[in-house]
Design a protein around this ligand. Structure first.
Ligand SMILES: *Cc1c(COP(=O)(O)O)cnc(C)c1O
Length: 434
């Protein structure tokens, strides 16, 4: 049966693949069938507002935004010019970058979902222990009494790196015991940074799925341990979704109109799916049919596209079609997608594509040269989307829209050590010379 699926055949051959979602529905229809809705996202935003005074105190870098963990959005016209030149095309409309690479505290998109889940867990525990009441000033968490209570609890997570950073940094700051189960592909500097903050890092020889499975198993044996389940967590998902409310405010403030004749096209790097899924869901709530969301994956870690085009979601992995999830995009090095996210996002998503690692490095260097912005390789996956709108048969119809706003979601980069970033940049420059 799988042999008959043309999409699977391309993925198996490690070809760059574009897939236009045949199961997408109108936003109204999709929302009517969805287990989550606007109220859930507003609830998450309200919780983040309650915690804002505490975050502002604990992390002074969030003061300019009053304790909200938010990133800038900016137009990148020079990058647009470079993409056009390199690929011999014109990209109609404007090109923007949402810089989650520069989110405070942990410098990646995981600072949205990951930190939100730690905060919600802390709130639930404090309320359950009877030390927090509705209406309290949440700066009470920054007291020895609260830390003492939270220190009896553990927060654990399995991660390729960035989720571990977000969960570890915030958990340790609030006084939790923090344990991060890291897959083999996680960068050394991420492990070192966590250990320096008092987080216990357990390393695995296997991939991300193994780190998650082991972490989940250990956590189940401890009733005072909360395991952040990247593959199944609604809490993480809603933390990510809040991004859409914030983005709408930012685009409104810039006078960027989004309507039927000025669609917003958003390109999101996808690993297990929670980050891009949550953000895409939030965007559909805010903009309805006027926003089109695309997920981007490395050819070697095409788990979400594989799950979607077969309809098997988490019941199939890239290993099942003979691919090892090896990619320089460590934030996306996932072999099996979240089934929860795949099923939920299916009617909302416009399309998916895969791209080769070399392109990530080329675009990394182009963005650095053209705009002075440095991202980690994973975060460039979305940057190829605007090109594909013109060059890929599957997306050609979409690409013709003259007044589109193309928004690339830059998911990480700020915390990458300089020497590491220089290595990425040099690899990209070399590829551009070819
Ligand atoms: C985790 C991550 C993603 C994707 O998020 P998922 O929830 O795993 O799909 C994208 N980019 C970077 C840099 C990440 O760390």
């Amino acid at each position: 049966m799988l042999e008959e699926n043309a999409c699977v055949k391309k993925l198996r051959g490690l070809e760059e693949t574009c897939w236009y979602n045949p199961k997408r529905k109108s936003t109204a229809e999709a929302l009517a069938e969805c287990p989550l809705g606007r109220a859930d996202v507003l609830d998450a935003e309200a919780r983040l507002q309650r915690f804002a005074p505490l975050i502002r105190t604990l992390f002074p870098e969030t003061q300019p935004q009053d304790g909200l963990i938010e990133s800038p959005v900016r137009e990148i016209p020079e990058m647009k010019r470079r993409l056009e030149k390199r690929h011999g095309i014109r990209i109609p409309g404007r090109l923007w970058l949402k810089m989650d690479s520069h989110l405070p505290i942990s410098g990646s998109v995981k600072a949205r979902g990951g930190i939100y889940e730690v905060l919600k867990t802390a709130e639930d525990i404090a309320a359950g222990e009877g030390i927090l009441r509705p209406g309290d000033d949440y700066r009470c968490f920054d007291t020895p009494a609260f830390r003492k209570v939270l220190s009896q609890y553990t927060i654990a997570v399995g991660s390729t790196g960035n989720l571990g950073l977000s969960i570890g940094i915030m958990s340790a700051k609030l006084g939790f015991r923090a344990v991060v189960h890291m897959s083999a592909d996680a960068r050394q500097w991420k492990k070192d940074l966590l250990r320096a903050r008092g987080v216990q890092v357990i390393e695995y020889a296997g991939d991300y799925s193994e780190a998650v499975a082991q972490g989940r198993r250990l956590a189940e044996q401890d009733e005072k341990c909360h395991f952040v389940d990247d593959e199944n967590s609604r809490t993480l998902f809603l933390g990510y979704a809040v991004a859409a409310l914030r983005l709408k405010r930012q685009l409104d403030a810039r006078g960027v109109a989004v309507d039927a004749s000025h669609p917003l096209k958003v390109y999101l790097p996808c690993g297990v799916g929670g980050g891009p899924g949550g953000i895409a869901f939030g965007l559909k709530l805010m903009y309805g049919d006027d926003v089109h969301c695309y997920f981007a994956e490395p050819t070697h870690a095409c788990c979400m596209l594989l799950g979607l085009c077969t309809g098997l979601h988490n019941e199939i992995s890239v290993q099942d079609i003979g691919i090892a999830p090896e990619t320089a995009a460590d934030g996306l090095a996932v072999g099996r997608a979240s089934g929860f996210v795949g099923r939920l996002i299916e009617p909302f998503l416009t399309g998916c594509y895969t791209l080769k690692d070399d392109r990530l490095f080329e675009m990394l260097a182009q963005l650095a040269d053209g705009e002075g912005v440095f991202l980690e390789p994973s975060a460039l996956a979305g940057m190829y989307g605007p090109v594909l709108m013109r060059t890929a048969e599957a997306f050609r119809r979409d690409g013709a829209v003259p007044n589109a706003t193309h928004l690339v979601w830059a998911t990480g980069g700020q915390m990458v050590p300089e020497a590491e970033m220089n290595g990425y940049y040099r690899r990209g420059r070399k590829l551009l010379m070819r």
